[in-house]
Design a binder for this molecule. Structure first.
Ligand SMILES: O=C(CO)[C@H](O)[C@H](O)COP(=O)(O)O
Ligand SMILES: [Fe+2]
Length: 218
């Protein structure tokens, strides 16, 4: 299984975004987590198309776009054109989930599906075969810098088990409150794509990326 650290630029210095991205790239990250918040599905507003298309010109990192919006389906085509490699939508925001997931694939992107902490893994039973990645939120979405919710590790374990039963090679991503103290628990539970915002961009970015990757790959 491939392990990837996906630094979340939500915690980066936006006045110096290009440099921040170069730093994580130089430190050895291959993915970049881009949080899209619309102020409705979640309370805050983050960034949109112009940010993605401008950073796309600067880096070949794999763009892992996490949409936290009330109507993610309407945004998919534009995000794909702007340079997303993988688009993840929330079950909680998709009344026609199957259609939305197929649209992501049609637009040429890898397909991700996310669930909030309080949502059961069982809502994913029917769509596991048509996604590349499941994102288990380990905080309630909306802000960086929140504390990791420990019961979510069990959901990672459940999804890994469900994938195994179906013979699927599925990526499992965790997002929220992951740092050097919490990363081991989610990796042990079966997560292989690890998002980290504050734990990467606060302090020495190079040392942070190397430390987290080191624990993950051990
Ligand atoms: O989706 C998110 C919040 O909704 C972010 O990706 C997440 O919060 C990352 O930040 P941190 O690692 O600081 O918790
Ligand atoms: Fe995220």
């Amino acid at each position: 299984m491939e392990y990837q650290l996906s630094p979340s630029i939500l915690a980066a210095d936006f006045s110096n975004l290009g440099e921040e991205i170069t730093k994580v790239e130089r430190a050895g990250a291959r993915w970049l987590h881009i949080d899209i918040m619309d102020g409705q599905f979640v309370p805050s507003i983050s960034m949109g198309i112009p940010v993605i298309s401008s950073i796309r010109k600067r880096t070949d990192l794999f763009f892992d776009v996490h949409i936290m919006a009330l109507d993610p389906t309407a945004l998919i085509e534009d995000f794909a054109k702007a340079g997303a490699d993988l688009i993840t939508v929330h079950v909680e925001a998709c009344p026609n989930l199957d259609r939305t997931l197929r649209l992501i694939r049609e637009k040429g992107c890898k397909v991700g599906v996310a669930i909030n902490p309080a949502t059961s893994v069982h809502v994913l039973e029917n769509v596991l075969e048509i996604v590349d990645m499941v994102l288990i939120m380990t905080v309630n979405p909306g802000f960086g810098g929140q504390a990791y919710i420990p019961y979510c590790a069990n959901k990672v374990r459940q999804i890994r088990e469900m994938a195994k039963e179906r013979n699927l090679t599925l990526d499992i991503e965790v997002d929220g409150g992951i740092n050097k103290n919490t990363i081991q628990e989610v990796v042990d539970a079966g997560a292989n794509i690890i998002v980290a915002g504050s734990a990467v961009f606060q302090g020495d970015v190079d040392a942070n990326v190397k430390e987290l990757k080191g624990i993950m790959e051990r």
